[in-house]
Design a binder for this molecule. Structure first.
Ligand SMILES: Nc1ncnc2c1ncn2[C@@H]1O[C@H](COP(=O)(O)OP(=O)(O)OP(=O)(O)O)[C@@H](O)[C@H]1O
Length: 385
């Protein structure tokens, strides 16, 4: 797929801006805080309807204005698509596909596919398990937009079950509980247990399937970037262990584990079983990458994960997704830059932000459109200037 134009109106620090992308690679160069990442964020929003930097639309709309807009024209194999997103500093968003506002946001997902790679992604290796869960979830949403709905349902059940456990715990501590109310609690909780198991097993099974496909791709890339000196293992460590991808069996495993954890759950007043406690483990040559990996190894690992993501989305969607490199290319040494260049060639449209062009391999510079970003405005930089 190919992003032909991007138009920003009152979005972040852009008042009005139109960008025509006329090469498979675009380098956005500029000093700090000029709006380079904001532009990638706009593409991310069109892709997932989420920004990894903000949950509040108020922050996305230009200060002192009420409505912001992102528009794009995307070329896909089966034709051209116009995407639009209206953001309000107060109030709901409007998503627009081919000039028609959509009732369901779900129908907007999966049209523009993109893989992001920023320096924050090192947290995938170093950070808390939540980063790795969010990473799996964002890939799944791109591959299978209905997953956004499945996850939302699970989180809703989890919130309600947690609220119930908290209330029971409070009543117990206050001594406000008798045999009858205790029975009522058990009955009510059993209903939520069943819902947690049903919705949770949908999440777990999808994450397991994703990692089964992603891990060998990441392993291949890691071996190639490290010159075959390192072996990467990517292992899904779900909170509820699944033996077979069978819905009934997974739900039963959930219910069994809930039963086992009943006492600590009641004591802590929160749900201890379910995919909100999943983990993904990375080991390099049998040592955990999180605690023992060197900076260089961790960077190689993240690059391998991103390349795996790119390939998998391409396989499943049937078209190469966009690649958004936010301030990471200049941090890669020339060997890794070249690996990346070889991997993407001209097949994956790539938008790259950087504060300086000096660290780029000349092959990158020669094959890219270079745009200068300054205080929310964009100028094209002609060759040799
Ligand atoms: N809602 C908003 N309205 C106006 N300006 C905003 C808004 N949100 C962010 N900004 C401004 O956008 C700028 C940050 O832009 P951005 O994050 O894209 O930086 P960048 O060019 O990628 O820089 P760096 O190289 O430091 O990452 C800041 O000046 C910030 O004040």
């Amino acid at each position: 797929m190919y992003l032909k134009t991007l138009q920003l109106h009152q979005f972040r620090n852009y008042r009005d801006c139109l960008v025509n992308f006329d090469a498979p690679k675009t380098i956005l160069v500029g000093n700090n805080a000029q709006g380079k990442s904001n532009l990638l964020e706009a593409v991310e929003l069109l892709s997932t309807l989420k920004s990894h930097r903000s949950n509040r639309d108020r922050e996305l709309v230009l200060d002192d204005t009420k409505i912001g807009q992102i528009k794009a024209n995307l070329e896909r194999v089966n034709g051209s698509v116009d995407l639009g997103l209206i953001l309000r500093s107060q109030g709901r968003r409007t998503v627009i596909l081919n000039q028609e506002p959509l009732r369901r946001q779900l129908d907007f997902l999966g049209i523009l596919n993109a893989v992001q790679f920023s320096s924050l992604d090192l947290e995938l290796v170093r950070g808390a398990p939540e980063y790795r869960r969010n990473w799996l979830d964002s890939i799944l949403t791109q591959l299978e937009p209905i997953y956004a709905y499945i996850l939302q349902q699970y989180n809703q059940v989890l919130r309600q079950r947690n609220a119930l456990l908290k209330t029971f715990r409070k009543q117990e501590l206050e001594g406000n509980i008798n045999e009858l109310s205790s029975k009522d609690h058990q009955t009510e909780l059993a209903l939520w247990d069943a819902q947690l198991a049903t919705t949770g097993s949908r999440v777990t099974r999808r994450r397991a399937r994703l990692l089964a496909r992603l891990a060998p791709l990441a392993q291949g890339w890691h071996a190639s970037i490290s010159g075959k000196t390192e072996v990467l293992e990517v292992t899904y460590a779900p909170n509820v262990i699944i033996e077979k991808d069978n819905p009934e069996q997974v739900q039963q495993a959930f219910l069994d584990k809930i039963q086992q954890r009943r006492i600590p759950e009641n004591r802590q007043g929160t749900s201890l079983v379910g995919p909100h406690r999943d983990e993904v483990e990375f080991t390099i040559n049998n040592t955990p990458a999180r605690s023992y990996g060197s900076q260089g190894q961790q960077r190689t690992l993240v690059l391998a994960l991103k390349l795996a993501e790119l390939k998998l989305i391409e396989e499943v969607v049937g078209e190469p997704p966009l690649l958004l490199l936010d301030d990471v290319l200049a941090e890669l040494d020339l060997n890794r830059q070249n690996q990346l260049l070889e991997a993407i060639q001209d097949r994956f449209q790539t938008l790259i932000t950087t504060t300086h062009l000096g660290a780029f391999d000349s092959q990158w510079l020669n094959s890219s459109q270079i745009l200068t970003v300054k205080a929310g405005e964009i100028q094209s930089t002609c060759d040799g200037s």
